[in-house]
Write a protein that binds this ligand. Structure first.
Ligand code: HAS
Length: 549
């Protein structure tokens, strides 16, 4: 791809990995605090660290990485950006970065210990919310730049389906823009006026609902770029085509339809929403599982076709023929494998009655470490191995490949120990989001931690291994960005592995965005219009509905 796009993408990666470095450091501090092995100085508190950990990893690392991947992939699949697209991509980067710095300064200053799910009744300094709003605005600018690039391509290629990578990028952006409407509404009209003291109260139930309207699709904003890699990069590494272009596109549009009207499954224990609406959104949540099952099917098919092509016979002979020595593949394979228990855990969470058992316990923390923390993060790691050298024109040496294996294996072991402990502790009742590892020395509470897996030491060992793994990755990032030798021969050049996708049987209506946006809007109205209206009508005393003055 052209040099200017390389530069924009590399800047995104630089910010992403700076956030990753600080975020993982905060993570390791946390397991030690919960283990009572570490006493914090008076100026630093547990919730401050927890907020920094969540914001920098779940919100900032992911977002900057995702845009680096999109920018590179869109330039690769649709051709070089025009000057306007480049300009707006830069502006998007700077605005997002400004917002990130603002929010981080507030967290470090101890003014925003409200966690990454920052909803009321917790309250931060108004500038924290302004920072987050700027992050959203920045991503919108970058998104519109990419959509602009896509529209130019469509104008020049009338009647044609766009390349799969571009289609999937636009789907993710459509999902992101619709999802953000909820958080933008609550931040602008509720949190900012409340935090700056322009209003005295806030409609808590409404603000939480608008947050989760955004909060659940947010997880698919993280997941879909990983799925883009699974669908478009993995087949290339396996030497085959995309298994089915239309299946892949259909799976993605189903995410536009079903990932948004489901936020109440995070609020199943909240009394302000009636059971009917919760149940409706639980049903829709089960619909959003379908595209992931389609993805699993498609991946297994891809593996089998590739393994058999390479001579694998019998029921499972093809499995041995997969390119296990290629760290770009193995990392993503392990990421996928983690998503089997990760997805199953999600189904448990979404089941109305079972949610009673797991809600607000450490189980949830275990769940998101084996969804965003491994399937997504480890896919991003697997992409980083080649994306940075591809962009810098440096080599991905044998030594780096070996280090890559050490990194993903340590990440897997660390995550397995830590997240298993978190799941088990959660089932026993250990709460999440709490600093008090001693639980006031309550005898039965302390029994939670007596098991071999279910103790805080296991969690801390897991966390420490994860931190070491993160440091190996940081070393690899720095080497491939600044130090590794430049590639000189074609064999040394690192490629962008993009698989061929046969579009000859793909129906054209799959790329008719108005159909999908229209159905999504209808589903959102069905799922949200009445309950949100009730929340406004029954606003608590002193707060007049939506805008609280
Ligand atoms: Fe979740 C809470 C339900 C997926 C992230 N989730 C969270 C939170 C986060 C999160 C961060 O219904 C905590 C929020 C907070 O701080 O409070 N989640 C689901 C459901 C799914 C799901 C139904 N979650 C994700 C993904 C995330 C993520 C993805 C991040 C990227 N989640 C919930 C619910 C809650 C929740 C409730 C609230 C709980 C509460 O009470 O607070 C589904 O999308 C999952 C579908 C996935 C599958 C898996 C398909 C498997 C595949 C892999 C194939 C493997 C291969 C390899 C091919 C059905 C695609 C083969 C290898 C071999 C070795 C065989």
């Amino acid at each position: 791809i052209a040099q200017p796009e390389r530069k924009i993408a590399l800047w995104h990666l630089g910010v992403a990995y700076t956030a990753f470095l600080i975020g993982t450091l905060m993570g390791v501090l946390q397991v030690f605090i919960r283990n009572d092995a570490l006493q914090l100085p008076a100026w630093l508190d547990y919730y401050q660290i927890l907020t920094a950990h969540g914001v920098l990893l779940a919100l900032i690392y992911t977002t900057f990485f995702i845009f680096a991947f999109f920018i590179t992939g869109m330039s690769k699949s649709l051709g070089s950006f025009g000057p306007k697209v480049r300009l707006f991509s830069w502006i998007g980067l700077w605005v997002t970065l400004l917002g990130t710095v603002m929010a981080t300064v507030m967290i470090v200053a101890g003014e925003a210990s409200v966690l990454y799910t920052f909803y009321a009744p917790l309250k931060a300094n108004g500038f924290y919310y302004v920072g987050l709003a700027l992050v959203i605005v920045g991503t919108w600018i970058s998104s519109f730049a990419l959509v602009g690039h896509y529209m130019v391509w469509r104008r020049n290629n009338k009647g044609q389906l766009s390349p799969l990578f571009a289609f999937m990028t636009v789907t993710t952006i459509v999902l992101w823009i619709i999802a953000c409407l909820g958080v933008v509404a609550t931040v602008l009209f509720q949190y900012i006026p409340w935090a700056f003291g322009w209003t005295d109260t806030i409609n808590v139930e409404l603000s939480r609902s608008l947050f989760w309207y955004f909060g659940h699709p947010l997880v698919y904003f993280w997941l879909l770029p990983a799925y883009i890699a699974w669908y478009t990069i993995v087949p290339k590494l396996l030497g085959v085509k995309v298994f089915s272009d239309s299946l892949a596109r259909l799976a993605f549009v189903l995410f536009i339809l079903f990932s948004i009207p489901v936020g109440f499954h995070h609020q199943l224990t909240e009394p302000g929403i009636s059971n009917f609406w919760k149940f409706l959104q639980v049903v829709l949540t089960f619909m959003v599982i379908v595209p992931s099952l389609m993805t699993a099917f498609s991946m297994f098919a891809t593996f089998e076709i590739s393994g058999r092509k390479k001579g694998g016979t019998g029921l499972f002979g093809w499995f041995k023929k997969l390119p296990w020595r290629d760290v770009r593949f193995t990392s993503i394979f392990i990421a996928m494998a983690f998503f089997i228990p990760g997805g199953a855990g999600g189904i448990i969470n979404a089941s109305f009655q079972l949610n009673e058992v797991v809600h607000n316990t450490l189980w949830i923390v275990g769940h998101f470490h084996i969804t965003v923390g491994t399937p997504v993060a480890m896919t991003f790691m697997g992409l980083t191995f080649w994306l940075i050298p591809y962009l810098t024109g440096r080599r991905f040496t044998k030594r780096m490949q070996r280090l890559g294996f050490v990194q993903i294996i340590t990440w897997s072991i660390g995550m397995l120990l830590m997240s298993t402990a978190q799941h088990v502790l959660g089932l026993m009742g250990a709460p999440r989001r709490t600093a008090y590892s001693g639980y006031n020395d309550h005898p039965s509470a302390m029994e939670w931690f007596d098991g071999i897996i279910s103790n805080h030491v296991t969690m801390a060992i897991g966390g420490t291994i994860l931190f070491l793994s993160a440091m190996i990755l940081m070393y690899m990032v720095i080497m491939t960005m600044f130090v590794s030798p430049k590639a000189e021969t074609p064999e040394q050049m690192v490629e962008f592995p993009l698989a061929e996708s046969d579009m000859s049987n793909t129906p054209k209506w799959l790329e008719n965005w108005w159909i999908w946006i229209g159905i999504a809007a209808a589903l959102i109205i069905i799922a949200y219009a009445i309950p949100l209206t009730h929340m406004i009508q029954h606003a608590p005393p002193g707060s007049k509905g939506f805008i609280t003055w």
